[in-house]
Write a protein that binds this ligand. Structure first.
Ligand SMILES: Nc1ncnc2c1ncn2[C@@H]1O[C@H](COP(=O)(O)OP(=O)(O)OP(=O)(O)O)[C@@H](O)[C@H]1O
Length: 581
């Protein structure tokens, strides 16, 4: 019955996750669950329904009831239509003063409701194409891609809840960033409380550490000591090598080890000598690759000597363990969000948990929003996504044309390679939904005037607006600076690393990277162009290949930050008079 009802409402764009089966027993007192079905006695059903969140307006209820009348003709029609009473009148003033229903409380509830509005909207209704993806049966691994704001995460969350409703197993929902899982878990709990405890929201690294602990494999993750090992290795074999001709910054070579060598699980020079270095611009000839390999070996020797692991080791150990236990994993399905940020080892690990089982692996992401160096192709990972198992979403629900145009202008010249290996131009076609929103550009001659303008803009926000406002910065240093600035101006701040998706009356502050996958009504990007190369001063030909790669990555990060804005995008710059430059 539930499945038939799900199909019936799918044509209205209603997610199967929004359908909650109830079985009501006349003349009994019951409140129990049987799988997904809630069993209620006739006395319990009223209070149970009233305690549910209100997601539908009365008109929507009427439309759905009419539609179900037609889908289930044996039911008596028109009952639901008659049963809908007009919204209750405001209670008399005496009732409002009894503490439980005071005016302030009501105002707060209304504010919270307004803040939740966009979320409540997509918890029930999706675009019919999205509903089809949520309900689809895939014979093996599948992938959902699409430009920023096209509802990929929304589909991923509905899909996870839908699979949880259809199986008794656990679902793993993974992202690379470690603040996103908390936010997504909060949304899912509100959307589908009945299955929330069977979906594990985890960052890849925290899950891997937990998994290794459960398998009895000891891990000594120590980022700082691993970094010291690298610095020493650079001093011993890197800084006087031919690598400095290509890039004198040790950071570039650390990324090479992290994202290319260890990120791809390469263990021999023969393999590294010919590996395609995805999304890396500098071309390395054999002597350079030999020098990188010498650096890698020196780093590994020093790391092992110190008895510590780095983040890549955690994933490699977990992959080895996962492969050893093939067929014994407890997950019915794995959904990977922001998959473009994973390393090859990371994606292989998640694939190993479910293999090619039907509806097992779902990869969600967009190569244009890659904010880390390096990358992989699905074919490198042995993941075969054929036919209708690769789906692309096209409708942007988040950004207005003005905001999206401003963001696309940043990456327009940067074509990118997605995980399917296809090269895609930076300026992509998307269908926009009607959505109001605008860009405010503020340019000041000095940093203090710029900061003053930011504070004025934040101070003039209407009450309650801070909850859906973010200030995003490109670096940790800038975050520290703006945190002090805001706090000195008595503007409450919630760092993105502590944000869990629940409304809190404070401006969110964090890095462009941490803003990944999130969105806010108002986004402020102070000194947004400070790290951007100034084309007028440095012609492209004079920039090294590694410099161009860094610039491209900075532009992708700025693009991600800009596309987080739903209604207002504030772009601050400091434009010192040219004599001062
Ligand atoms: N069918 C829909 N109707 C209305 N709004 C929708 C619909 N689907 C998604 N949205 C809204 O679009 C916005 C973007 O959705 P989501 O975060 O899932 O996109 P995304 O593709 O994952 O974005 P990004 O890649 O930029 O992180 C959200 O505000 C979401 O509520």
């Amino acid at each position: 019955m539930t499945k038939v009802a799900e199909s019936a409402v799918a044509s209205l764009g209603m997610s199967p996750v929004a359908v909650q089966p109830l079985m009501v027993f006349a003349g009994h007192r019951v409140d129990a669950e049987l799988g997904r079905v809630r069993l209620l006695g006739e006395h319990e059903v009223g209070p149970a329904l009233l305690s549910e969140r209100h997601r539908l307006r009365p008109e929507s209820v009427r439309v759905i009831a009419d539609h179900l009348d037609r889908a289930f003709p044996e039911y008596e029609g028109a009952f639901a239509t008659r049963a809908i009473s007009p919204p209750p009148q405001a209670p008399p003033q005496e009732e409002l003063s009894d503490g439980l229903f005071d005016l302030d409380g009501l105002r707060e509830a209304a504010l919270e409701e307004a803040l939740r509005a966009p979320i409540e909207q997509w918890m029930t209704f999706l675009h019919p194409d999205q509903v089809a993806l949520v309900r689809r049966n895939w014979a093996g691994p599948a992938r959902i891609s699409g430009p920023a704001g096209t509802g990929k995460t929304v589909v991923g969350l509905h899909r996870a809840a839908h699979l949880a409703q259809r199986t008794t197993g656990r679902i793993l929902y993974v992202t690379f960033a470690n603040n996103l899982p908390r936010v997504q878990a909060t949304f899912l709990k509100a959307m589908s409380p009945a299955v929330a405890d069977r979906i594990d929201f985890r960052s890849l690294h925290s899950w891997s550490q937990e998994f290794l602990r459960d398998c009895g494999v000891s891990v000594r993750l120590h980022g700082e000591r691993a970094q010291t090992a690298f610095s020493l290795a650079w001093k011993n074999v890197g800084r006087d090598s031919c690598l400095t001709e290509i890039d004198p910054a040790p950071g570039y070579w650390k990324e090479e080890i992290d994202h290319v060598i260890k990120g791809r699980g390469i263990t021999s020079f023969e393999e590294y000598a010919t590996v395609p270095r995805r999304r890396r611009r500098a071309s390395l000839r054999r002597p350079h690759r030999e020098a990188v390999w010498a650096l890698y070996e020196a780093y590994e020797a020093l790391r092992v000597e110190r008895g510590v692991h780095d983040f890549n080791d955690v994933l490699s150990l977990a992959l080895a363990e996962a492969l050893r236990r093939t067929g014994q994993h407890r997950y019915a399905a794995v959904v990977v969000d922001e998959v473009q940020d994973l390393t090859l080892v990371g994606v292989r690990l998640l694939h190993a948990l479910v293999g090619d089982t039907p509806n097992g692996l779902l990869l969600v992401g967009d190569g244009q929003q890659a904010v880390y160096p390096g990358g992989f192709r699905l074919s490198d990972a042995g993941i075969d996504i054929r036919g209708d198992r690769g789906q692309v979403l096209h409708i942007n629900y988040r950004n207005s044309k003005e905001i999206l145009d401003a963001a696309l202008a940043v990456v327009a010249e940067d074509s990118f390679e997605d995980i399917d290996g296809l090269r895609t131009p930076g300026r992509r076609d998307v269908d926009l939904t009607y959505h109001d929103g605008h860009v405010i550009r503020v340019s000041k001659p000095t940093p203090s005037e710029h900061d003053q303008a930011l504070l004025e803009a934040l101070h003039s926000l209407p009450p309650g607006a801070r909850a859906d406002t973010a200030v995003l910065c490109p670096s940790m240093r800038a975050i520290g600076r703006y945190q002090r600035l805001l706090e000195r101006a008595s503007i409450p701040v919630c760092l993105l690393e502590h944000y869990d998706g629940r409304p809190v009356d404070a401006v969110k502050l964090g890095s462009y990277r941490r803003a990944k996958g999130l969105e806010f009504k108002r986004v402020y990007l102070p000194e947004h162009d400070a790290t951007m190369p100034d084309g007028s001063r440095t012609p492209d030909a004079e920039v090294s290949e590694t410099g161009r790669e860094r610039n491209e990555l900075s532009r992708s990060q700025l693009f991600v930050a800009m596309t987080r804005a739903r209604d207002v995008l504030w772009l601050g710059s400091v434009n010192r008079p040219s004599a001062e430059r």
